[in-house]
Design a protein around this ligand. Structure first.
Ligand code: HEC
Length: 106
């Protein structure tokens, strides 16, 4: 019986660590959506100069990687504060291709 409890505890802990490894947390997705529309869609609507980018374009892991590296080759991200980017990241992450609610547009 003790062993069973330990196993259950271990699995719970492992599941917790696995989900928190994809770490987009703490941003405000509603603000992020607004910021995404305002700051990203200008170049990332279909036919835009950056090509179509929507939450669904990437997986959650990909979004995390993109925002962690903060690599963007254009001026698009320069005017955004870290907090703004976190909110945008949260919105994109919450609706990524492998999220429970994928979204094609903002
Ligand atoms: C001034 C125009 C502009 C703005 C604003 C802009 N981008 Fe971009 N973005 C580009 C261009 C140009 C590329 C390069 C496209 C390519 O590689 O063909 C790019 C590339 C990207 C890529 C990589 C696309 C891929 O398929 O790998 C992502 C993701 C991205 N942008 C996200 C964003 C997000 C999120 C925002 C808003 C915070 C944003 N961009 C704002 C112009 C812009």
């Amino acid at each position: 019986m003790k062993k069973l409890i330990r196993t259950v505890l271990f699995i719970t802990l492992a599941a917790f660590i696995a989900t928190s490894a994809l770490a987009s947390e703490g941003g405000n997705p509603r603000k992020g959506k607004h910021l995404y529309k305002k700051n990203c869609k200008t170049c990332h609507a279909s036919g835009g100069e950056g090509g179509l980018v929507t939450p669904m374009t990437k997986t959650q892991a990909q979004w995390d990687r993109i925002f962690k590296k903060k690599k963007h080759n254009e001026d698009g991200w320069k005017n955004l504060s870290d907090k703004d980017l976190k909110d945008i990241q949260q919105f994109l992450f919450d609706h990524a291709a492998d999220s429970p609610q994928p979204q094609t547009c903002g």
